[in-house]
Ligand binder design. Structure first.
Ligand code: RFL
Ligand code: PHB
Length: 396
């Protein structure tokens, strides 16, 4: 494939943020190039998020990437919370003025966007590893990368780092202006995929004395389940039987009437949990979007949706620049996104700390968690606060 040496917007990373940004820019007639270090198969198979907010679904649809989503995604109107061997359902539409969420895996979002991009989009190079982004303060930032064993450069009018938490673009923001905020949690998630129909129609978030558990799904025949485990847990210590027994114990409610269906486990992995924000989200002509700028623990299902929100704001700003010559949207990008980022950081922290058992916590902290969950069950106001954040706030 012919690769240009210059482009308007150089996009580093072909995860959800980079792929969606490329799609939106293409629709606005802004040219770009996407450089992705992994191969296509890897990006399409990487098991990650599963929940899409209304605004994420809206943008996928309006950018022409919603066709399979509309056929295959499961629409959910609520979640179930379990604690103290009781359960309570949170109904999103009635608490949020009609908002809901879609169960459609990140793997599928990436497959749909990659197929569109290769069909009629801007150049997308796999196995193109970016080494450095230079000249953020100049009007011609340069991306240095390696592709097919050769060192190459791409000069750009603007560079967007969509290269995730371990990417290199963040380094283009000098230390003197960069501020980072971080919390590493004293537990991880052990995630499994199982070939068994989900045991509940909706997601179940469980607080228990044995730790947190989550029942999610990928389709009517595939369950996705998570258990809180200590950091450093080796999946080899968790034979299938032990996983199902532990899930059973954590989801247990009084009164029976619910059973966890078991089936063959097809994948296992341990996911550490982190909160992280790097400010500002732009410097000169370099912008950061998605996990490159911020990480949330997955309990609020916000990671992928935040990445989408960033690139929606950025794509609008580039469209405005092309149409009117104004850089106002680009200048406001960081401040605009950080307001939503910090809301999601707070919500993700709240969900995580309310539902998990910190190894250092005592009976006092546990009673506070139970009290908080009781409050959500008792008060439509408390429930609405959770529902609005979970189902997603409109993008301003
Ligand atoms: P991504 O998806 O990490 O994509 C970044 C892309 O950049 C590429 N890259 C480079 N390319 C070129 N040159 C370089 N030097 C590069 N360095 C990196 C990478 O190969 C990759 O393709 O970031 P993006 O697009 O911002 O999307 C964000 C979401 O992926 C993320 O927020 C969520 O998936 C977070 N997350 C989860 N969220 C949930 O809501 N539920 C989950 O169950 C869930 N599981 C997860 C997750 C994140 C994980 N990571 C990042 C460790 C599980 C994992 C393992
Ligand atoms: C998932 O299905 O992978 C999933 C769902 C909800 C979360 C986190 C992960 O909060």
């Amino acid at each position: 494939m012919h690769t240009p040496n210059h482009t308007t917007v150089g996009i580093i990373g072909g995860g959800p943020a980079g792929l969606l940004l490329a799609r939106l820019l293409h629709r606005s007639g802004v040219d770009c190039v996407v450089l992705e270090s992994r191969d296509r198969d890897y990006v399409e198979q990487r098991q990650r998020a599963g929940i899409l907010e209304q605004s994420t679904v809206d943008v996928l649809r309006s950018s022409g990437a919603g066709e399979r989503l509309d056929r295959e995604a499961l629409v959910h109107d609520g979640i179930e919370l379990r604690w103290d061997r009781r359960s309570h359902r949170i109904d999103f539409p009635s608490l949020t003025g009609g908002r809901r969420v879609w169960v459609y895996a990140q793997t599928e979002v990436c497959k749909d966007l990659i197929a569109l991009q290769l069909e009629d989009g801007a150049p997308l190079l796999f196995e193109a590893h970016v080494r450095a982004v230079e000249g953020a303060d100049t009007d011609r930032p340069v991306v240095r990368y390696t592709h097919e064993g050769q060192a190459r450069t791409l000069t750009c009018d603007y560079v967007v780092g969509c290269d995730g938490f371990h990417g290199v673009t963040r380094d283009a923001v000098p230390d003197r202006v960069r501020r980072t905020y971080e919390r590493v949690y004293p537990y991880s998630w052990f995630g499994v995929l199982a070939d068994v129909p989900p045991s509940s129609d909706e997601l179940v978030y469980a607080h228990s004395p044995r730790g947190f558990a989550l029942l999610s799904m990928r389709s009517p025949t595939v369950s996705r389940l998570y258990l809180q485990v200590p950091n450093g847990t080796d999946p080899a210590d968790w034979p299938d039987e032990r996983i199902w027994d532990e899930l059973d114990a954590r989801f247990a409610v009084d009164g029976g009437g619910w059973t966890l269906k078991r089936g063959p486990i097809t994948s296992k992995g341990v996911l550490p949990m982190r909160s992280f924000v790097s400010e500002p989200m732009s410097h000169g002509r370099v912008f950061l979007a998605g996990d490159a700028a911020h990480i949330v623990p997955p309990t609020g299902a916000k990671g992928l949706n935040l990445a989408a929100a960033d690139v929606i704001v950025l794509a609008r700003a580039f469209a405005e620049l092309k149409e009117t010559g104004s850089t106002a949207g680009l200048e406001a990008y960081s401040a605009t996104c950080l307001r939503r980022v910090w809301r999601a950081e707070h919500f993700s922290f709240f969900m995580t700390s309310t539902l998990h058992t910190d190894p250092a916590q005592g009976p006092f902290e546990t009673r506070l968690q139970i009290s908080q969950l009781d409050r959500i069950a008792a008060s439509p106001h408390a429930a609405a606060e959770l529902a609005e954040n979970y189902a997603g706030l409109p993008i301003g």
